[in-house]
Design a protein around this ligand. Structure first.
Ligand code: FDA
Length: 390
């Protein structure tokens, strides 16, 4: 039986950050993971370049039953703090768009950096070790994983959420939380493509067509690209609103977010011989323009169309509603929304209020970031917050 000051379950972004910081504060730390290597989600993230943070990281870019919960951790370990670490390790980076920072080279550099930081504090790793049992008695946690048994007065749940099971992702964090009687906000796939059926299925024939749109759902709005797929809709704008989407809700798309009010009636005055399909063709990919024009059923030259009909068409193009019948699920979701309830945790230390010594960090917790480096920033910040208390 090996004794430590803290045992961290999960060698993903949150677990590695927490382990390295706690170990460098002099704590004896062990990290357990059932995968054979650390940070598999980091390795495939950002198309292999890891969108490791976002300069705009702030609590209002995270979904949680308690929208203020993330504030404390995010303010004590910022995007600039992580960037300073990246630079100290000589990793070249660039800002792609909307504050999103990526490695110039490879996501492997981020994993190597975190492992290097762990090595500085002599963190002990147990890879390929499925966790068989977690027990708690006399102020100590006892974890049986693979062939070994470890004990410590502190246990950190950093096993993430169930999205992309083929990378070793599981719902273990939720089971463990329930074992300790912590509430779990019903998890659901987020940052995930949505599927279309019925009347909307026609749009699936546009598979591969992308356009810059404004997508809206559940009070959120994102101006980014949407992409039609053979199953429905994807692309950054759709992934973003998918986190807000609930079954039975509509997703509204503004296909011409730059258009000014009354543009179709104005076009009628200026170019009375034009057709709606021609005007749409000038602003949208041809196949999408064609499909929208067909659905609007406005044949003939603008001069022959009533102003009222043009106004209705304009409104429809600005607020085209789709009724997704589902999402592509955890197999395709970038994250799981929901998770261990923030009501159970201290926002300063991430420690469970009712179980001293038990911590939860990263995606396992009910804090879910927008697309664009926000989820890693939460993993770093929550891992750092817990490490200060270990
Ligand atoms: P994470 O899932 O990374 O780590 C959990 C660890 O626990 C894993 O190593 C797993 O093997 C281990 N584990 C799970 N169950 C276990 C069990 N029962 N026993 C033992 N070990 C267990 N975010 C972002 O900000 N920028 C980006 O570019 C991307 N890109 C991206 C692409 C893709 C394809 C995906 C799927 C996700 C992203 N993300 C992202 C999201 C990001 O990867 C995610 O939010 C973080 O990895 C979460 O970090 P955690 O450490 O909390 O969990």
């Amino acid at each position: 039986m090996s004794e430590f000051d803290a045992i961290i379950l999960g060698a993903g972004g949150a677990g590695l950050m927490c382990a390295s910081v706690a170990a460098q504060r002099g704590r004896r730390v062990a990290v357990i993971d059932h995968n054979d290597e650390p940070g598999r989600k980091i390795l495939i993230s950002g198309g292999g370049r890891c969108n490791f943070t976002n300069l705009g990281a702030a609590p209002d870019r995270y979904l949680s039953a308690n929208p203020h919960f993330a504030r404390s951790a995010l303010s004590r370990y910022t995007a600039q703090d992580f960037l300073a670490l990246v630079e100290a390790h000589g990793i070249a980076w660039h800002e792609k768009t909307l504050g999103q920072l990526f490695c110039d080279g490879s996501a492997r550099q981020i994993v190597a950096m975190l492992m290097d930081e762990c090595a500085k504090g002599d963190v002990i790793f147990r890879f390929g070790a499925p966790i068989r049992d977690v027990a708690h008695a006399d102020g100590h946690f006892r974890v049986t994983a693979g062939e070994c048994t470890l004990t410590a007065p502190a246990l950190v749940i950093a096993t993430g959420g169930p999205s992309i099971p083929k990378l070793g992702a599981t719902g273990f964090a939720y089971d463990l939380a329930r074992q300790f009687r912590l509430k779990v906000v019903e998890p659901r796939p987020a940052l995930v493509p949505l599927t279309l059926s019925g009347d909307d299925a026609l749009f699936r024939t546009l598979s591969g067509v992308a356009a810059p749109v404004e997508a809206r759902c559940g009070g959120a709005a994102f101006r980014e690209a949407a992409l039609f797929t053979h199953r429905g809709m994807s692309g950054p704008a759709i992934l973003q609103v998918s986190s807000y989407w609930r079954r039975g809700q509509a997703v509204a798309i503004d296909f011409l977010p730059q258009a000014t009010k009354g543009w179709l009636r104005e076009a009628k005055r200026e170019r009375p011989r034009s057709r709606v399909s021609t005007l749409l063709n000038q602003q949208l990919p041809a196949r999408l323009a064609e499909t929208l024009a067909e659905r609007l059923a406005l044949d003939g030259e603008l001069a022959n169309l009533a102003d009222k009909a043009l106004e209705t068409a304009e409104q429809r193009l600005a607020d085209w509603t789709f009724m997704p019948n589902g999402s592509e699920g955890y197999a395709k979701a970038e994250v799981a929304a929901g998770g261990i309830s923030t009501a159970e945790l201290s926002q300063k230390t991430m420690e469970a209020r009712t179980v001293p010594g038990l911590f939860a960090i990263g995606e396992a917790v009910d804090v879910t970031g927008w697309l664009g480096g926000y989820n890693f920033q939460w993993a770093w910040a929550s891992g750092y917050a817990a490490a200060q208390a270990l």
